[in-house]
Design a protein around this ligand. Structure first.
Ligand SMILES: Cc1cc2nc3c(=O)[nH]c(=O)nc-3n(C[C@H](O)[C@H](O)[C@H](O)COP(=O)(O)OP(=O)(O)OC[C@H]3O[C@@H](n4cnc5c(N)ncnc54)[C@H](O)[C@@H]3O)c2cc1C
Length: 295
């Protein structure tokens, strides 16, 4: 099947893109096209107007600036996967990138496009939540910064307005005693997560957990925060027992649905296990403990 006809605009600056989004009727943004193009082909999306942002070079970046890791709207999954900066300092992002879809989709699909798509099975939203990240949008009234916790409303529905363009997502640069990890269960290459857990642990100088962030994938109607587990971890010293309790709390706070990949009880159990494993990796990467997960 072919897509229905639509008008195609190719702005070369953010300003031009925002003017188009404001002035055109019912516009849809196209970035990597890995979700949108199949939807167009199957006529699940029938926009009259498509604003293709691939010519806006100023949106193609992945760097640290002003205390944040900033991922521009044209940074592809593969850019994260192959970044030395990510490999060196952002364990959870380095874990997640090679697990997104398959190499072809990673070469073209963008991190921001995945966040905008707001599929509860998408990986990046969970990491934005775990890292207390933000979505930066540009609209007719200027820039708007939306905390990750307020961005995901329902499956495929976000706090973004129709005339806004996401220019970047960002997370704080980790402190010296901080580590993060992402664990994901999927059946085969190219599949979305059956369940996934992203974790960030920040320690004080005495090795006590100062702050914890945990984001969950594919086990609720949106990417979701495991706040009970976070609260349980904060102010405590890492130990296998503590991580086991946190895993149980995360599982209790998840709401997976049964499907062809597994029943809800199995997925809840996987949240527990993945949380414990990610916590172990994060603590180890923070340099606080060598091994924290029970064998
Ligand atoms: C077979 C398959 C497996 C996949 N597996 C995974 C996986 O395991 N994990 C995962 O995270 N993702 C997965 N994906 C999704 C993949 O990450 C896509 O790249 C992503 O969903 C969309 O990114 P994109 O850049 O291709 O966006 P597009 O397809 O171009 O756009 C997607 C949506 O976001 C909107 N949008 C895009 N960019 C912006 C912007 N800058 N501002 C405002 N709105 C915007 C578009 O209007 C559209 O509604 C998979 C996709 C497929 C087809």
């Amino acid at each position: 099947m072919k897509s229905a006809p639509f008008e195609h605009h190719q702005p070369t600056s953010v300003g031009e893109a925002v003017s188009l989004l404001e002035s055109l009727d019912g516009p849809t943004v196209l970035s990597g096209g890995q979700s949108l193009v199949p939807m167009l082909r199957f006529r699940l999306a029938n926009p009259d107007v498509v604003v293709d942002i691939n010519g806006i070079e100023e949106l193609d970046y992945l760097h640290e600036e002003d205390g944040s890791l900033k991922i521009g709207a044209l940074a592809r999954h593969a850019d994260v996967e192959h970044s030395d900066l990510i490999a060196e300092k952002y364990g959870s992002f380095a874990d997640a990138a090679p697990l997104v879809a398959d190499p072809q989709i990673r070469n073209r699909g963008t991190v921001v496009g995945s966040v905008a798509q707001a599929d509860p099975k998408g990986d990046w939203g969970s990491l934005l939540i775990a890292h207390d990240g933000e979505v930066v949008a540009q609209g007719p009234d200027g820039e708007r910064v939306i905390p990750a916790d307020e961005f995901f409303l329902l499956p495929y529905d976000t706090a973004l307005d129709e005339d806004e363009l996401i220019t970047e997502v960002r997370v704080p640069v980790p402190s010296a005693r901080e580590g993060s990890a992402y664990h994901k269960l999927k059946r085969k290459t190219g599949d979305y997560a059956m369940a996934g857990v992203g974790v960030r642990l920040q320690f004080d100088d005495d090795g006590v957990i100062e702050s914890a962030g945990i984001g969950m994938t594919a086990v609720d109607i949106t990417n979701a925060r495991a706040s009970d587990a976070e609260d349980h971890l904060e102010g405590e010293r890492p130990s296998p027992d503590l991580f086991e309790e946190a895993g149980e709390l995360a599982a209790e706070q998840s709401h997976p649905e049964s499907d062809e990949h597994g029943d809800a009880a199995y997925k809840e159990r996987m949240v527990d296990v993945l949380t414990q494993r990610a916590l172990g990796d994060a603590a180890e990467r923070a340099g606080v403990v060598r091994r924290t997960v029970k064998p």
